[in-house]
Design a binder for this molecule. Structure first.
Ligand code: SF4
Length: 331
């Protein structure tokens, strides 16, 4: 049914929260940020995924239509626009016969009132230098990128039909970190893909420990009827999948805590998402390194501000997922 499809899509797209992230979240979506769906459908055919058969081929919205929609959202109070699609990096291929996410970003960044542009769901195989150039020259694009790698073993990547390799993913990450200082990278990985050996899982775990993604979602492989991977031999037992999931999450908690601790003492721009009624927390916000719903929060314990405002907050404490801060000044 529709609910199951949505849950499944959320899981595949990295929208589903881990148990640790589920605590104390407000379900309301405020008006100061908005999702801008730039395309629907997908032509990638990852072997584990049903989305192409449910949503069909990719259909991008024309740039002019998206600019008009963005202006409308900004008119209603949105200050952060979050670009989404099944694969945002493929935006435009179906209607312009070339990737045009770079052109779209240039146009959206010119809209008065847009403060943050956030890119979700980029495909590691579909990045190109021109897109990185636009991010470098457009400070409104959050120094946050979501690049779901799903795995790092070349054999598993090929079985997943991800059309990329460990070497290419590593080079892309190096290039992004070099050209975009202060970048926070989010990824998602699938553990327990059919045939994933102990060594292949260890390769993934070692890679995550080396690259230290600032944000990460992990998922256990789900055998989805009708997909190519559902018919693969050597399905991994559920217990093994869960054990691997916990090892990834336990590593990520350490990575995340270390990163968050590095922020203590710094003054960061924060967008206030909601008022809090749990003293000493007065407001809850996000840095540009956090997407709503899936990433960490800034818990503001002191200072005057209001929901939908940008401010600068001095970070005073750090936990695995959230950080604590005090308002230092208006934006
Ligand atoms: S990129 Fe792959 S995982 Fe994402 S929607 Fe398309 S087929 Fe599914």
């Amino acid at each position: 049914d529709e609910r199951q499809i949505v849950q499944h899509c959320n899981r595949l797209l990295g929208l589903e929260r881990t148990p640790l992230q589920q605590a104390e979240r407000c379900p309301l979506t405020p008006s100061h940020y908005a999702y801008l769906k730039i395309a629907d459908g997908c032509d990638n055919h990852c072997s584990y995924c049903t989305i192409p058969s449910i949503r069909g081929r990719q259909r991008s919205k024309p740039i002019e239509e998206l600019v008009a929609e963005a202006r409308h959202l900004v008119g209603r109070g949105a200050r952060e626009l979050i670009l989404i699609a099944q694969d945002t990096t493929q935006y435009g291929v179906d209607i312009y016969h070339k990737r045009r996410l770079d052109d779209l970003i240039r146009k959206l960044a010119k809209i008065e009132g847009v403060e943050w542009l956030r890119l979700l769901y980029t495909h590691p195989a579909h990045w190109w230098d021109g897109l990185i150039d636009v991010l470098v020259e457009t400070p409104k694009v959050c120094r946050y990128l979501d690049i779901p790698i799903q795995h790092i073993s070349d054999r598993i990547l090929a079985e997943m039909n991800r059309r990329t390799t460990r070497t290419e993913i590593t080079q892309l990450i190096q290039k992004l970190r070099e050209r975009l200082p202060g970048l926070a990278l989010r990824t998602s990985v699938i553990v327990g893909f059919p045939g994933e050996t102990d060594d292949e899982f260890q390769e993934l775990l070692d890679f995550l420990g080396q690259v230290r993604f600032e944000r990460l979602g992990a998922f256990t492989y789900w055998r989805e009827e009708g997909t190519q991977a559902a018919g693969f031999a050597c399905q991994v037992p559920q217990k093994v999948k869960e054990e691997r999931f916990h090892r990834v999450m336990s590593l990520q908690q350490k990575v995340s805590l270390r990163f968050n601790r590095s922020l203590v003492g710094r003054v960061l721009p924060v967008l206030i998402d909601q008022q809090a009624d749990t003293p000493p927390i007065q407001f809850i916000g996000r840095t540009q390194m956090d997407a709503p719903e899936v990433d960490g929060r800034v818990l503001i314990t002191d200072g005057q501000t209001r929901v939908g405002q940008f401010c600068k907050a001095k970070i005073t404490e750090a936990y695995e997922y959230d950080i604590v801060g005090q308002i230092a000044s208006p934006f």
